[in-house]
Design a protein around this ligand. Structure first.
Ligand SMILES: [Zn+2]
Ligand SMILES: [Zn+2]
Length: 369
């Protein structure tokens, strides 16, 4: 093994312009693997890092967190993975040893070890990436907008090599978050009426997961007409323009209100509306990530009428478990990944994908290496 040089999208500090640059990707240390990245989605959270609205320390970061690739080399003590294995990069991974992990509640792990992994710092406190000779840190511990990356073994989930890596990379963030919101957090069931506010890269996955869970009425709300078309393709039974009186439109479809409403935008004022769209005893799920320091405001009686307001940290996923479930759904023909991809581009064109975030007519831009 020896250091590999790779082209990568580097953000020197939050709220600066990212640059395409060569980085050094060091050998994997104990319990780590180096991955040759095949493809990476460009997610809204990469955009938030660039805008400076994502909480992160001031230091160089290799962007990208929705990737898949082939294991190039493994460090000492790595079990269950070998060079040549196909892997999907997982974001937050449970530590496995804290009280919640020991109780079988790994999706609620909040240990210092988990937070360290998510901030791109290896178990020994270092980083395996170098930019201009100084440490750079992989976004969410994976940094997939790069030709190579070195990650913790737990952040590489092995998948059948027969699966298309250029579609399964999307399982790492947008898809798994949407599915987790439906299956792990809200637990949507057959016959449910579901409203999804925000039909972007995560929202359409909430829609297709709700359809898989048996929801009979799925109402998509968005301000972009093309996104409403996309929502229909992924299983929405009704679409509503965001600028309309959404409560009135929903009332015509389901007078009691929705069983479950998903807010997939991250705007506090939308969350107030979403809570108001639920029936008595209904559930409102916060999938969108609100800006740092945001406050919520709603009539307390809304919640006291048996309603539930639920948080949704990345879909409350346990990566190994949930990626295996996505593979099963894909094989059963009920998970559409190809339809999420609006454009396939090279790394050189990543800036056009970043510009299109939040206002494109499709769910995802995909960088293919
Ligand atoms: Zn993401
Ligand atoms: Zn834990």
């Amino acid at each position: 093994m020896s250091t590999v040089t790779a082209r990568a999208l580097v953000l020197e500090a939050p709220a600066t312009e990212p640059v395409l640059a060569e980085i050094d990707v060091l050998d994997p240390g104990p319990g780590e693997v180096r991955i040759k990245v095949s493809a990476s989605g460009v997610c809204g959270t990469d955009g938030h890092a660039i805008e400076g609205t994502h909480p992160m320390p001031v230091r160089p970061v290799v962007l990208g967190h929705e990737g898949a690739g082939v294991v190039e080399s493994v460090g000492a003590g790595v079990t269950g993975l070998a060079p040549g294995d196909h892997v999907v990069c997982a974001l937050a991974v449970p530590c496995g040893t804290c009280r919640q992990c020991r109780r079988g509640l790994a999706e609620h792990c909040n240990s210092p070890a988990r937070r360290q992994a998510m901030s791109g710092v290896m178990a020994d406190g270092g980083s395996r990436l170098r930019y201009k000779g100084e440490p750079a840190y992989p976004f969410f511990g994976v940094g997939t907008l790069a030709e190579y990356t070195t990650v913790r073994r737990e952040q590489a989930v092995r998948v059948d090599p027969a699966l298309p890596l250029d579609e399964f990379c999307l399982a790492g963030c947008g898809v798994i978050t949407g599915y987790g919101a439906v299956l792990n957090v809200a637990r949507v069931g057959p016959g449910d009426t579901v409203v999804v506010v925000g039909a972007g890269g995560v929202g359409v996955n909430v829609i297709q997961a709700a359809r898989t869970a048996g929801a009979s009425t799925i109402v998509a709300v968005d301000g972009v007409p093309e996104k409403l078309d996309l929502a229909r393709k992924f299983g929405a039974t009704h679409v509503v323009e965001a600028s309309s009186d959404v409560a009135k439109e929903l009332g015509a479809i389901e007078p009691d209100g929705a069983d479950v409403v998903f807010e997939v935008v991250g705007k506090p004022e939308l969350l107030t509306m979403c809570l108001g769209l639920t029936r008595v005893g209904g559930t409102c799920v916060m999938v969108g990530i609100p800006p740092m320091g945001a406050r919520l405001s709603f009539d307390a009686f809304t919640v006291s009428a048996n309603r539930r307001l639920l948080g949704c940290r990345g879909g409350a996923v346990v990566p190994e478990r949930d990626i295996e479930r996505l593979v099963a759904l894909y094989r059963a023909g009920s998970l559409n990944l190809a339809g999420l991809i609006g454009q396939r581009i090279g790394l050189d064109d990543v800036f056009t994908a970043l510009d299109a975030l939040g206002r494109s007519s499709f769910a995802r831009s995909l960088v293919v290496f």
